[in-house]
Design a protein around this ligand. Structure first.
Ligand SMILES: [Zn+2]
Ligand SMILES: [Zn+2]
Length: 114
């Protein structure tokens, strides 16, 4: 896992200012976060490809989409949460945010390390 995969509040807004909306040929959804993953089957939008993978099940000939609310972790905890127009991982605590800001040297989002 690289630092750029860590969900950062505000990161998408920085990207949104630079890119045109991305669209889907199968639904009316548009989004601007380049790291987002849109499902061509159930047309849900995920903040990242790892979150997208979590909602896919191997059941059925071509796999199945799970309701993200039913995707649970090892301890039975909910892993996907719908916020700000897309499915995201658990919200960071203030402590985690402070840690990230420190690692990334201040304003996280505009200066994501490669
Ligand atoms: Zn899906
Ligand atoms: Zn779609």
């Amino acid at each position: 896992m690289s630092a750029s995969e860590v969900p950062t509040p505000g990161a998408e807004t920085a990207v949104e200012r630079r890119v045109r909306p991305i669209t889907c040929s199968g639904c009316s959804e548009t989004w601007t976060a380049v790291s987002a993953a849109h499902c061509g089957s159930c047309h849900r939008l995920f903040a990242g490809v790892r979150l997208f993978d979590m909602h896919r099940s191997r059941d059925g000939e071509h796999g199945t989409c799970l309701d993200p609310e039913t995707v649970l972790g090892e301890q039975g905890q909910q892993r996907l949460f719908f916020r700000d127009g897309m499915w995201r991982g658990p919200e960071l605590t203030g402590e985690q945010r402070a840690k990230l800001a420190k690692v990334w040297g201040g304003e996280a989002g505009d200066s994501i390390p490669a």
